[in-house]
Design a protein. Structure first.
Ligand code: PGA
Length: 253
């Protein structure tokens, strides 16, 4: 059976003290209320991660939002996958549309980062998605396929099995617009089929594919009820402990 995951993406929000407070609330609520075996992850700004990993008490995992492709060296301002692993970070978001858009990250760079993460036993949460223009152009399935091929399919099968995929339509991120459950399911089924063609049906069936883009406690139950949606990558709604925990609980239904 494939793993179900709800991951929060705090982006560049919450100062250190506030972040620790929200995280502690999430830990306490999950301890009291969580049912089921779903994995919960909070992907926080770098400066929070060490403290959060210590507070996580095996109730949830901690992830970063980016890493560099190199192990070490003269890359002022950057953080390596090995450094993240050394503070008990378990996941790293790679290829988020904001990184692709604002930091010009290409599929090939994202592939190098994914390799680096896997080398240090970090699990990549690998994001793909189309803009509204691309969706309206009609051939966005080809674009999604290209993102998968160029960013991921260079991995061997054992590497690929460690990767979590997140489908995040760019037009739905932070906009309040959500893909309908049918639209999301259609793309998730396409992603799973594309994985099957590359790595075989069994690998595809066991791959975790998350939906992201204005997912909240209200729309999560219907999205998570779709057969190819295995959880969510949650931005805005992960900044409030109660909202986030309600989304986690929606995955158990
Ligand atoms: P959102 O962000 O939930 O605020 O739309 C999702 C994401 O970018 O991961």
């Amino acid at each position: 059976m494939r793993k179900k995951i709800v991951a929060g993406n705090w982006k560049m929000n919450l100062d250190y003290e506030t972040g620790l407070g929200v995280f502690s609330e999430i830990v306490n609520m999950l301890r009291d209320e969580k049912q089921g075996g779903q994995q919960v992850v909070i992907c926080a700004p770098f400066i929070h991660l060490h403290s959060l990993a210590k507070l996580s008490a095996e109730v949830l995992a901690v992830g970063a939002q980016n890493c560099h492709a190199a192990d070490s060296g003269a890359f002022t301002g950057e953080i390596s996958a090995g450094m993240l692993k050394s503070i008990a970070c378990e996941y790293v978001i790679l290829g988020h549309s904001e990184r692709r858009q604002y930091f010009q990250e290409s599929d090939s760079l994202i592939f190098e980062k994914t390799k680096a993460a896997l080398k240090h036993n970090l699990k990549p949460i690998f994001c793909i998605g189309e803009t509204l223009e691309e969706r309206n152009s009609g051939n966005f399935f080809q674009l999604l396929e290209k993102q998968l091929k160029d960013g991921l399919f260079g991995l061997d099968v054992n590497e690929f099995k460690q990767v979590v995929i997140a489908y995040e339509p760019v037009w739905a991120i932070g906009t309040g617009l959500t893909a309908s459950p049918q639209q999301a399911q259609e793309v998730h089924a396409f992603i799973r089929q594309t994985i099957a063609t590359q790595y075989g049906t069994e690998v595809a069936e066991n791959s975790t594919i998350l939906y992201g883009g204005s997912c909240n406690a209200q729309n999560a139950p219907e999205l998570f009820a779709q057969s190819d949606i295995d959880g969510g990558l949650i931005g805005g709604a992960s900044l409030k402990s109660r909202d986030f925990v309600n989304i986690v609980k929606a995955l158990n239904h």
